[in-house]
Design a protein. Structure first.
Ligand SMILES: Cc1ncc(COP(=O)(O)O)c(C=O)c1O
Length: 272
């Protein structure tokens, strides 16, 4: 049976559970951003200006300048045209996939994809095939159908990584949209940009590439962001139900975390 344990401390690097202290290897906060003093100071100042909760859906009054600045910074940092912030990575996956994939489309997805990707694909009602972990799909969709290849970049349970070139080649040959959940790659791969760092190495032009990153891992905050062509991001803004009918994420934290991440990436690079 699953059991809830309440901690009595921050997550990093030690954790207090039932008054016992443990060195924490379970947290997603790889870089300690959630308790970084500069992040906390900045959040304190932002709370005074904007309040704690966003207190509204993004399309009403929930959105503030910090949200849009974060989207712009993330798009620039990863070299993507545009970005849209959701209140979690789970919702970002549901929000993007369920809005884009239609019942008549085909989806090919890795057998070990995260539950949010599996749920999203099932909710679309599309034709779908799960291919063996880290392989390239052996099937293709009928010529007249739109198709999607959906995968994580670094897999959450096993920590192994896709071969982007092979999957990219498949998408070029089959005119498929490539959707990459980079929850565990962002902040870790490349110089911190995650899988986006490797996209430029793809041979051939993928028809469309979308990336989803979570703010709850290397950025030590919470939220999910879908990055890609402006045309698609604009479409999601108009049509994605988990974006439209959801209270916008709290205002502070993530933007400062991003600055910290860039700093960490630079330090890591200079010490290599
Ligand atoms: C690969 C992957 N995608 C999506 C999610 C969901 O992200 P979030 O925790 O921000 O809802 C997770 C996290 O737990 C994940 O590991």
């Amino acid at each position: 049976m699953r059991k809830l344990e309440d901690r009595r401390s921050s997550q990093w690097p030690q954790i207090n559970i039932n008054d016992e202290r443990f060195l924490n290897f379970c947290s997603n906060d790889y870089l300690g951003m959630s308790s970084n003093q500069r992040v906390l100071d900045r959040v304190g100042r932002e709370l005074k200006t904007f309040g704690f909760g966003s207190a509204g859906a993004a399309l009403l009054t929930g959105r503030c300048t910090l949200h849009s600045e974060l989207e712009v910074k993330l798009a620039t940092y990863t070299g993507q045209e545009s970005a849209l912030l959701f209140s979690s990575g789970y919702l970002a996956n549901l929000g993007a996939i369920c809005s884009l994939v239609g019942k008549k489309d085909w989806v090919f997805h890795d057998r070990l994809n995260h539950a949010s990707l599996i749920d999203a694909v099932l909710m679309t009602g599309s034709r779908h095939r799960r291919y063996p972990h880290l392989m390239v799909p052996s099937n293709t969709s009928p010529m007249d159908k739109k198709s999607y290849l959906i995968t994580e970049s670094v897999f959450s349970m096993d920590g192994d990584k896709i071969c982007l070139n092979s999957l990219g080649k498949y998408c070029v040959e089959n005119n498929s949209t490539l959707y990459i959940d980079d929850a565990h790659g962002f902040g870790v791969l490349g110089e911190g940009q995650g899988v986006a760092f490797e996209l430029k190495k793809l041979s051939g032009e993928c028809p469309e590439i979308l990336i989803m990153i979570t703010l709850g891992k290397a950025l030590g905050s919470s939220g999910g962001v879908v990055l890609g062509p402006k045309r698609i991001i604009d479409f999601l803004t108009q049509n994605s139900r988990p974006f439209i009918y959801d209270t916008a994420p709290p205002t502070s934290g993530s933007r400062r975390g991003l600055r910290g991440l860039v700093y960490f990436a630079r330090v890591a690079r200079s010490s290599n």
